[in-house]
Design a protein around this ligand. Sequence first.
Ligand SMILES: Cc1ncc(COP(=O)(O)O)c(C=O)c1O
Length: 399
Amino acid sequence: MNSGIEKLQPYPFEKLADLFSQAGRNAGLPPINLSIGEPKHDTPAFILETLSRSLSGSANYPKTRGSDELRETIKNWLVQRFELPGNSLDINTNIIPVNGTREALFSFCQCLIDTRKNNPLVLSGNPFYQIYEGAAWLAGATPIHINCDSDADFAISYDSVSEENWKDCQLLYLCSPNNPTGNVCSLETYKLLFELAEEYDFVIAADECYSEIYLDESTPPIGLLQAAKLAGIENYQRCVVFHSLSKRSNVPGIRSGFVAGDANLLNSYFKYRTYQGCAMAPFIQQASIVAWQDEEHVKENRRLYCEKFDKVSAILQPVMNIDIPAATFYLWPETPIADDKFALELFQQQNVTVLPGSYLSRQVGGRNPGANRIRMALVASLAECEEAGYRIRNYINSI
Ligand SMILES: Cc1ncc(COP(=O)(O)O)c(C=O)c1O
C-alpha cells in the first residue's frame, strides 16, 4: 500500500462528526448548517435544461481533452475575465477540462512530483484546503504549510519559508481567493512568487475556484495567469490555474472545471489524465459551455452573497469582530473560547453547525492560525443565515 495513506489526516468533516458524535443537539430549533462550502443558491434553469437535452451524448466515449467548443468557450471566458491577450492561449495546448477542481488539484500533484529528487516538498498556506496535503503525501512528497498573517489581512507569510525549503519545493499551491480566510493574493505577492519559482524551479498551482465570488463588482480578484502576463512571464511558464463551475454557477454536483496555463506542464498532465481515465461526460461538457457563456447568473449569485454578508455581519458585529472578506462566501471570525468548544456548544445549544478553524490548519512554528476561529459558510438562504446570526449572538451572550 502507498505509505502516504497512513499519513492522511481525517477530513475536517469527519473530525466534526466525531466532535458531535456524543453531543445532543437542541432539537427544539431547526438545524442550520454553515459548515460545508456547498453552494445552495438555485442552479440556473438553462444549465439544467441543457444538461437534460444533451443526455443522448451518453452514447459516445468523451475525449480526455473535451470538445473543441468547450475549450474555445473556456478560452474566451479566461481572456475576457482576466484581460489576457487572445493569442496567449491555444485551446489545444493550454486548456484541459476537468471533473471539478478537487480531482485535478490532486492528480496534478501526482503527475508533477519527481521522487527521484531529494526531499520533494509541496508548499501551501496555513489554513489550507486539505486536498493539497493529501495530494503531497500520496505523491511521495512532504507538505509544508506556511502560516497566514492575521495582522496582514491573512496574507501568506512567504518570507518565513527557509532557503532549504524553497530549494526542495517542487509545487506551491496558492488558494486565491482563499478558503477560509478570504484573502486575495496581491500582484506584488504574485511577482515575488514568480521570482522564487524561477530561482528555485518550482510550479505554482493556483486554486481559483472562488474567483467569481467577490463582493465589489468593480474589483474582480486578479488571477495567476493575469499576474503572469502583467509580470511579463512568457507563455505562463510554471503557472497553472484551476477553475470550477461549482461555486460560480451553483453546480457542485455536475463536477466541472478546467486547468489552464503552461503548455509544457499541461502536455505531461494530459498524458497522465489519459491513463487516469477521467474525461468529462459529454452532457456535462454541453452544460458547462452554456454556464461559462453566461455572466448574469454569476452576478446575481454575488448579489445574494453580498446581501448575506451585510445582514449577518450587522447581527454579529455587537458580539464578534467581523471582517467581511473581499471574496469567497466565508466568514472567519475569532471566537471568545477555543474553536472546537465553541462549535460544540453552539451545536448543542442552538443547533447551528460551524467548522472549528483548527480543523483547517496545522500547528506550525508554535502556532495554529486556525485556533480560536470558526469558518461560517454563508451558503444557506438569507433567512437561515440571519437566523443563524441571531442564534450565534445569543450563544455568545450566554458564555
Ligand atoms: C479551496 C477549494 N478548492 C477546491 C475545491 C473543490 O471544488 P470543486 O471540486 O467542486 O471544483 C473546494 C471545494 O469546496 C475548495 O474549497
